[in-house]
Write a protein that binds this ligand. Sequence first.
Ligand code: FEO
Length: 162
Amino acid sequence: MLNEEIQEKLNQQVNNELYAAYIYQAMGAQFEAESLEGFASWMDLQTQEELEHARKIYDYINERGGRVELRAIAEPPKDFGTPLEAFQAALEHEEMVTGKINELVSLARKHDDYATESFLQWFVDEQVEEEDSVNAIIDKLEMIGGASSGIYILNNELGRRQ
Ligand code: FEO
């Protein structure tokens, strides 16, 4: 049986992951509107990943005999500015999520909940990867400095993400 405080934080994390999906989809929608299909396709894949993250936690709560509670998902911003600003906002959100995962690990340790600690390890590793991939794109966008030829090339590159 899940400790109530852990269950509550896991439910909040389901919401954080769904909100992340919402943010990435909103960024995708903006890129679609700007005819940056490669950027939009990268965001579509990221949205799918976030939905999978939410589902993993959803399944885990159920597996442990807990109760999933779905909460309202906040409205994402309508405009994220330039591609660089959008990816900077994505990084900021990922860093927030990393912080939440770390808090959950600490909570699991506090309650000697080794199963939850072990479950969360996947998310700890995933966050390193997520921050790294967003950071790599920010580096490229900074290098490009808003030049349309560079954006065009990066758009093609991001469109190749599988
Ligand atoms: Fe599921 Fe990108 O955090």
